[in-house]
Structure formats: C-alpha cells, structure tokens
Design a protein around this ligand. Sequence first.
Ligand SMILES: CC(C)(COP(=O)(O)OP(=O)(O)OC[C@H]1O[C@@H](n2cnc3c(N)ncnc32)[C@H](O)[C@@H]1OP(=O)(O)O)[C@@H](O)C(=O)NCCC(=O)NCCS
Length: 157
Amino acid sequence: MNQDEARHDAARAGRFSVRVLRHADPADFDLLLDLRARVLRPGQPKQRSHFPGDDAPGAVHLGAFVGERLVGIATVTEENGLRLRGMAVEDDARCRGVGAALVHRVCAVAIERNAPLWCNARAAAVGFYEKLGWVVEGEQFDMPDIGPHFRMRWRPA
Ligand SMILES: CC(C)(COP(=O)(O)OP(=O)(O)OC[C@H]1O[C@@H](n2cnc3c(N)ncnc32)[C@H](O)[C@@H]1OP(=O)(O)O)[C@@H](O)C(=O)NCCC(=O)NCCS
C-alpha cells in the first residue's frame, strides 16, 4: 500500500474524523487554543493564539479527532474573502492525511460561500499547500517571532 492509499485507508477505517468545533463551547475552543499554542506559538502565552476574527459569526473552526483526542485544527475567517489560519497537526499525528483532510473541508467552505480562499503559509509548509492545489502569490516576507512566509491562494482545479 502506498502512502496515499494508507492515508485514505486511515480515514476510511475511522482512525480520524473531522468535525466543526463550536466556538461558543469553551471546552471545544480551549482545546483548539491549546493545540494552536503548542504547535504554532510554542513558548508564547496562550492568549497570543487567539486570532482576530476567531469570534466573528462567519468564522469556522475545524478539528480532526482520533477517538476523543483533538489532533489537528484549521480555522477559516472572513477577511478579503476567506482566510485559512491556524493550520496545525500534532507532531505524532502527521503524515497520515489529517492536514489534507482539514484543508479539503476548508476548501469546501470556500466553494459553499463562493469566496476566494487564501493564507499566509510558513515557508516550510508551502509544499504541503502546493500538493493541495494552492499557489504562491508574491515574494517571501517575514512574520516577527515566527519566520519566513508566503501568501498563497487556493486555485480550484
Ligand atoms: C504542515 C502540516 C499541517 C501538515 O499536516 P499533515 O497532517 O502532516 O499533512 P498530510 O499528512 O495531510 O500531508 C498531505 C501531503 O502533503 C505532504 N506534506 C506534509 N507536510 C509537508 C511539508 N511541510 N512540505 C511539503 N509537503 C508536505 C505530505 O507528504 C502529503 O503528500 P502526499 O499526498 O504526496 O503523500 C503539519 O506538518 C503541521 O502542523 N506543521 C507544523 C505547523 C505548520 O507549519 N502549519 C502550517 C502553518 S501555515
């Protein structure tokens, strides 16, 4: 079985599932903030992982679960169309299709709302997004305390 088949097999076998996280539910949102802080802002206060737009009515927070454990997250906020933010998968859950499954759900939101979709991607994650049909727009730029980024947009096939 190749890597792609293994990933589809993992999802089919129910080894992870994706659902909407309820922002209004403190338990759900707290779990999301914990994962964001741990993976994307290690060593920084958890409140720095609370993004503008998180609380807006048009925001969608998605979580991937293995059993009851949250292993991956992604958020869509309304900003110049739709913006993907806070894409993160726990270290020990990577390379199993969790990130791709979350991005597919985010793209489905863009299709549903007929809105353009973009993100600021860490340079190290550009290849991940490219595999999922995203393209780089513009020059590399630096985000303080995080590192080099590229603006990317999703280009539906
Ligand atoms: C980037 C990240 C979300 C990927 O999640 P993941 O669950 O491991 O990704 P998947 O298993 O769904 O990978 C999908 C495809 O992208 C590839 N891929 C994954 N991470 C990649 C990377 N950093 N660079 C290039 N390709 C990558 C996989 O090999 C796979 O390719 P395949 O379809 O040819 O097998 C995860 O590594 C992560 O959370 N990294 C740290 C935080 C981060 O950088 N987030 C993005 C902020 S913009």
